[in-house]
Design a protein around this ligand. Sequence first.
Ligand code: FES
Length: 182
Amino acid sequence: MSARDNTAVTAKNPIEIIDAIVRKHSVNRGATIPILQEIQKTFGYIAPEAITRISDLTGIPESDIYSIATFYAQFRLQPVGKYTISVCHGTACHLAGAEKISDAFEHATGAKTGGTSEDGLFTLEKVACLGCCSLAPVVNFINETHARVTPDKAQALVKAARAAAAKEKSPKGESQHGKQDV
Ligand code: FES
């Protein structure tokens, strides 16, 4: 578990960061949701160690904290990948083949819907209507909305993202061919 958003606290270890968050929000049951929100904002997800620590500090049973964390869709109990892929499964997108699109992303990334790929690159999720039904099926891929997505397009998007990630990792930030393969 490592802090990712809060640069002011990166020098501290995760337990110290959690302690500071809990103290800031007061040590009572009513503060559980804001505490979980801030921990998720800081670390990207809520790790089991974080729940144990909140419980130790507040006296709220771990099972109660888990109940809250699993009840609200906003909370993640697993780390997210570098890229998030949100496939719309609202009615229009469902009728336009969202299931096939999710399958194509699962195949291309190796991630199951609701999970993250083993290489840590992709988190794949199913979401409700994204508000542009006339463009179904719609996918939000790395914070960009893509319209009328096909299985081939899904594969191409994943391939391009992998190439971009590899380019970022390469010593000079350049791919072997000097440009992105799509
Ligand atoms: S149902 Fe997918 S954008 Fe509305």
